[in-house]
Design a protein around this ligand. Structure first.
Ligand code: SF4
Ligand code: SF4
Length: 188
């Protein structure tokens, strides 16, 4: 989940070198990227492809939040290829995200999070870098607020879908319901 910073600028870390390149994007290989409605909408519109092309379904871990469809109680995540996100491309020894402009919120914010109203770096052994949090504060705080509200929007629409007992309908019907909701919200 490489960060949305300009990696031609080498001043983003305490060591003075932009580190995602030399780390070989471990985070894009090790995590399953679960997505919300806005993530799916941006990717689908940005790439001009239906969500089924890039989504994988997983059995829901959280029974109160899983999507009830004909296929089961599920969560949505990005497809993987050769043990990494399918949008990760390797050229020689360089890895890059091929959907940088539309990548999911979680990819944009990793490895930062808010704790007690402050931006901090996650206590996560996956990312080997000691980031200079203060450099990202303005951009990330705004991003994480937006991210939180998009997840709330998603949780509400999943609850609405489940409450309507549409569990016999297929995933494709849920995806249409979800994308229509996002489109409506963007118009209002
Ligand atoms: S969408 Fe891009 S940044 Fe996110 S996991 Fe995939 S390759 Fe990495
Ligand atoms: S694990 Fe850390 S250093 Fe490596 S690509 Fe992800 S954010 Fe960058």
């Amino acid at each position: 989940m490489t960060l949305t910073v300009d990696n031609t600028d080498s001043s983003h870390t305490q060591t003075g070198e932009f580190p995602c390149v030399s780390c070989h994007t471990n985070c894009c290989k090790e995590y399953v990227i679960f997505v919300n409605a806005h993530d799916v909408y941006r990717l689908s519109v940005g790439l001009g492809v239906p969500p089924e092309n890039f989504l994988e379904i997983y059995g829901a871990k959280d029974y109160s939040l899983g999507i009830e469809v004909k296929e089961g109680l599920i969560d949505l995540a990005l497809k993987q290829k050769k043990g990494a996100c399918e949008f990760l491309e390797e050229t020689g020894d360089v890895f890059r995200c091929t959907v940088n402009d539309f990548k999911p919120d979680v990819c944009k914010s990793y490895p930062f999070q808010m704790k007690n109203g402050k931006l901090i770096q996650m206590n996560d052994i996956m990312c080997p870098v000691d980031w200079d949090v203060s450099e990202f504060e303005k951009m990330m705080v705004a991003h994480l607020k937006k991210d939180e509200s998009e997840w709330k929007f998603y949780d509400a629409l999943v609850k609405e879908w489940n409450a309507k007992h549409w569990r016999k309908k297929p995933l494709s019907a849920f995806l249409k319901f979800m994308l229509d909701k996002v489109e409506l919200s963007l118009k209002s």
